[in-house]
Design a protein around this ligand. Structure first.
Ligand SMILES: [Fe+2]
Length: 539
């Protein structure tokens, strides 16, 4: 569908970057067609152990801090050379290097991360990752424009495996020069830990042409759980303004990109054995959304993304189709009350667009100033599993549009035009056709309940109320260690008091016996004296 979008300064650089791409393609023999031969890829013996592979980038604390990551077979310390001219990469920054072998016995064991800070906005940078003198690339990326009223395009999809036909299309899209970031909404590679880490390596190699050129932002899905360790996810990716490897209690983050405050959250907190992360994340989300709401005059849109949907009309037993869905209970009220604009999700291997909905009721059958978040499910990029079919019966009221078979090998494009208009489309790789598209229009992003007019450092009443509910609703999940310590202490006190009672009783019994025996002796003595005296009287 023709969007009528005007050409942008980003589009002006396409010819230059295309020429550069062609040059690197011919010169280095590394073309962006995603066509890797897995058998030769696994033949790692012939590689230089220090060759940087799996190059991908993300944002640091802001969009002007770019994080570069890569892997090597050997233990080779790294650095990145970079600059604003392909023949003038004079700046150098060293990398942080870690050893990674957990559930990765056959994968590349050495991971590297370097951060290029305080870059110039709206500029193309060229870079070369180097490990112990061995380099790959050169690669390039373009930093976003500084102004928040700049239009941004984003690629968004969930559930992408190594065998998907969608990868070459995504690479071509990424290299068009139009996009600011690539969002992978969980379920990566299927699974990165498989084949002892080789599936993760292979996926990172096929996504490299796209992910080395535009920031690749992620959230964890169920295929990243890795027996509650999330080990491949936490090591292979770096997320904005977060330590690396990503800590288990910080697999959520946010970043402002132009007119959008993006929030990545983990739906997997409900499906692991670490219940305390449910409320850790909840508290962080409430505070983050409240802070973002205070900044809506600068960054008007709030768009969140997490793997498992709040609702879905497939009936395959997934959480989203259950009346008591944990994910819905965990996020729906918060997203509604904090005025989140759009929720992007995956997990269901199909495509579904919802009318604005809250507590199973459609708030309005339009995307023109919706009063509840607009929910999209785009999980059809190409999983290793089957299509999730929709049942033939009438779909629920809140399901506005859905496709199963026809949606296979498709992905989402989000065009944030300005502070009031977003264009969303789901595109198939077949004939580059548009399967679905909508305009989301918001003249006003906040309702009066979100603390309009409050001081910037003051928390809104909504946020205070939601935070207050956090522990009242699930104190056990919120404070499991405290509960354990209190229970343990009470048990120790009970045992101690019982022991003291036993000792005191024993002591009392001993004293009583002693006293009784002493009194008996005294009575016996008195009796003897009495009998003696009586015998004397009688005599
Ligand atoms: Fe999933």
């Amino acid at each position: 569908m023709e969007t009528g979008r005007v050409s942008t300064p980003g589009a002006m650089s396409i010819n230059a970057t295309s020429f550069f791409l062609l040059w690197t393609c011919v010169f280095f023999g590394k073309c962006a067609n995603g066509n890797w031969n897995s058998s030769s890829y696994y033949d790692i013996e012939r590689r230089d152990p220090c060759l940087p592979e799996h190059v991908h980038i993300s944002f640091g604390k802001t969009v002007l801090d770019i994080v570069i990551m890569w892997s090597t077979l050997g233990d080779c310390c790294g650095q990145v050379k970079y600059g604003m001219h392909p023949w003038g990469m004079e700046q150098i920054t060293k990398s942080t290097d870690i050893h990674f072998d957990e559930k990765n016995s056959k994968g590349l064991h050495h991971l590297h991360k370097a951060e290029l800070k305080n870059l110039q906005a709206g500029s193309t940078y060229y870079y070369i990752p180097i490990s112990k003198g061995v380099q790959s690339g050169p690669f390039y990326f373009k930093t976003p424009m500084a102004e928040t009223d700049w239009s941004h395009d984003f690629l968004m999809f969930g559930d992408l495996g190594i065998d998907s036909d969608t990868v070459p299309s995504l690479v071509n899209e990424a290299l068009s020069g139009k996009y600011t970031a690539l969002f992978h909404v969980g379920d990566i590679a299927y699974d990165m830990k498989n084949q002892d880490g080789q599936v993760g390596d292979y996926f990172m190699s096929i996504i490299e042409p796209a992910a080395a050129a535009i920031p690749y932002l992620t959230c964890p899905g169920n295929h990243e759980i890795d027996d509650d360790t999330f080990t491949h996810y936490r090591h292979r990716f770096a997320t904005p303004d977060t330590e690396w490897p990503i800590p288990l209690d910080k697999m959520w983050y946010s970043i402002d990109i132009g007119p959008v405050h993006f929030v990545s959250y983990s739906t997997e907190v409900f499906f692991t054995n670490f219940a305390m992360y449910v409320n850790d994340q909840r508290e962080w989300l409430i505070r983050d959304l409240d802070k973002a709401n205070k900044n809506r005059h600068n960054v008007p849109w709030v768009i969140v993304f997490g793997h498992r949907p709040l609702y879905c009309s497939t009936h395959i037993g997934d959480d989203c189709s259950q009346p008591d869905s944990q994910v819905r209970k965990g996020f729906e009220e918060m997203f509604y009350r904090m005025s989140v604009d759009i929720v992007v999700q995956g997990h269901e291997h199909n495509y579904e667009r919802l009318w604005p909905v809250y507590q199973n009721n459609v708030t309005e059958y339009t995307y023109n100033n919706p009063s509840a978040p607009v929910q999209l499910i785009s999980g059809a990029a190409g999983s290793a599993e089957d299509v999730d079919h929709f049942p033939s019966e009438k779909r629920p009221d809140w399901s506005a549009f859905r496709l199963d078979n026809r949606a296979m090998n498709s992905y989402g494009r989000m065009l944030v035009i300005n502070e009031s208009h977003v264009f969303w489309e789901q595109r198939s790789i077949y004939n580059h056709s548009t399967l679905d598209s909508i305009w989301i229009i918001k003249d006003k992003h906040l309702s009066s309940r979100n603390g309009m007019g409050q001081k910037p450092d003051e928390m809104s009443e909504e946020a205070k109320d939601l935070l207050g509910q956090t522990c009242r609703k699930s104190f056990l999940a919120c404070h499991p260690f405290e509960i354990l310590v209190i229970s343990g202490s009470m048990l120790v006190l009970i045992i101690a008091s019982l022991a003291i009672r036993v000792v005191v009783r024993k002591k009392r019994k001993e004293n009583f016996t002693k006293t009784w025996s002493r009194l008996s002796d005294e009575v016996d003595e008195d009796q003897d004296v009495f009998e003696d005296e009586e015998s004397l009287v009688h005599s």
